[in-house]
Design a protein around this ligand. Structure first.
Ligand code: SDX
Length: 428
């Protein structure tokens, strides 16, 4: 691959360096384009062809279905690691030693109590509030209780902020769930592992001892690993853009939660189950929904299908599908929706419309089946995605700030009115 790209405009040639990544991906550095051409910019709605930053955190190859965190294959991490360790890996760049992992967990536990006044904010929400809206608000509210913004240039300050948000976020998630269920808020216990403790906070009852189910812990831990990061997706890009204004970490994460909420993004996991339930109610009329998804006049999309980057199977969907089958079998849960998902995927994957557009099941297609099997209600599905994605958002925010990236401020192609004189009201 040449190291120079040449652009010709009105007979004048402009040269731009071609940068090559560690996986031999090429990108044209056009950071001088506007100044050398007297104002010309590139046009790329949805940033489908635009690299917004340089990053060392996650690599994915959409054509080959490859996903790696800090160089480690997602398949290996899902099988051999755990969510706490993967969080450390994403944020600090290396797998922790046993001592580092134990200290990390202790430091997270130290901060895992949330100011009791947060309950007053939580009480202000109606039970009908969507948990993603509650979580985004509570995350932003953490700034009120931790006003000192993190000094990214201090390793110690950054480490303490990381532990604080990893400790408190899981409490906010559990309290959001318990508020919706009308349950008393719970605190977990430091004698438990990271995921066990979260499950205790979610499900413990004040009138009986909570028993940790290792099958549920294993399933949730794997799901959290699979959701932990995914390079410059919509919500991660949002966290980086908001953080580029030197907005604090908690407020940047709150913005990421709102972006993830969208049904085209993390909100798809809730929309998938609702779609599968609708097909079940319709007596398994798969073709009706396949036809709706193909109908250009119908805004309906096959939720959980397609991906901006993966033009092959989403490697996470492959692992989640296998895990869903094992978890339902181990927990002796018979969920007809899994059969509907399998049948729907089989029909779609053999349909020319989906094949010609490289539309495959993505991370959201099967994840809801596991969430439901382990007792998580549908409105909480995207909150679980946010819990998994938290370390990725933190890692990406930290990288962007340490790289001292400029404030994100894209340009536009203006096609509105040219200059015109003001019109007095009497003449309009
Ligand atoms: C996530 O980016 C990430 O990494 C995200 C994520 C992460 O980990 O952060 O992986 C998590 O968000 C996964 C995606 C979850 N969303 C869904 O499952 C919603 C359904 N999927 C689509 O809305 C869509 O596939 C997107 C949003 C995921 C991707 O959309 P793109 O890349 O903008 O593609 P597009 O909308 O331009 O579609 C290309 C064509 C179009 O048809 P034509 O105009 O060429 O005829 O494919 C069609 C689309 O209509 N198409 C679909 C479809 N997805 C795309 N048609 C029916 N059903 C679908 N699901």
């Amino acid at each position: 691959m040449s190291k120079i790209a040449t652009l010709e405009i009105d007979g004048k040639k402009y040269e731009f360096p071609i940068l090559i990544g560690s996986e031999n991906e090429a990108t044209i550095d056009i950071s001088t384009l506007r100044s050398v051409t007297g104002g010309v910019t590139t046009f790329d709605p949805g940033f489908k062809n635009t690299s917004s930053c340089e990053s060392k955190i996650t690599f994915l190859d959409g054509e080959k279905g490859i996903l790696r965190y800090r160089g480690y294959a997602i398949e290996e991490l899902a099988e051999k690691s755990d969510f706490l360790e993967v969080s450390y890996l994403l944020i600090f760049g290396e797998l922790p030693t046993t001592a580092q992992k134990q200290q990390f967990h202790k430091d997270i536990q130290k901060t895992a109590l949330v100011d009791e006044d947060v309950k007053k904010i939580l009480d202000g929400f109606p039970k009908s509030a969507h948990p993603m809206g509650v979580l985004s608000a509570l995350t932003s509210a953490l700034t009120a209780f931790n006003p000192k913004s993190v000094n990214v240039d201090s390793e110690g300050d950054m480490y303490r902020a990381v532990c604080k948000i990893l400790g408190k976020f899981q409490v906010l998630v559990a309290w959001t769930y318990r508020k919706e269920e009308g349950l008393p808020l719970a605190y977990g216990h430091n004698s438990l592992g990271f995921v066990e403790n979260f499950l205790k906070m979610m499900y413990e009852s004040p009138i009986e001892d909570y028993k940790v189910n290792p099958l549920v812990v294993e399933a949730l831990d794997k799901l959290l690993i699979l959701h932990a990061d995914h390079e410059q997706n919509c919500s991660t890009s949002t966290v980086r853009v908001v953080g580029s204004a030197h907005t604090g970490l908690f407020a940047s994460l709150s913005a990421g939660i709102s972006a993830l909420w969208g049904p085209l993004h993390g909100g798809a996991n809730q929309a998938v189950i609702e779609m599968l339930e609708a097909i079940k109610e319709d007596g398994g009329d798969y073709q009706k929904y396949i036809d709706k998804a193909k109908d250009k006049n119908d805004p309906f999309r096959l939720m959980g299908f397609g991906h901006r980057v993966y033009k092959n199977f989403d490697p996470r969907a492959v692992i989640i599908k296998e895990t869903a089958e094992r978890v339902l079998n181990d927990l002796k849960v018979n969920d007809p929706v899994l059969d509907i998902a399998r049948n729907l995927a089989e029909i779609a994957l053999n349909d020319e419309y989906f094949k010609s557009r490289n539309l495959y099941p993505n991370v959201d297609f099967y994840s809801g089946i596991i969430y439901r099997a382990i007792g998580i209600p549908v409105p909480m599905f995207t909150v679980m995605f946010a819990l998994g994605r938290l370390p990725g958002w933190i890692a990406q925010w930290k990288e962007m700030r340490l790289n001292k990236e400029a404030i994100s401020r894209p340009r536009q192609l203006y096609t509105g009115e040219t200059l015109r004189p003001f019109v007095e009201e009497s003449k309009r």
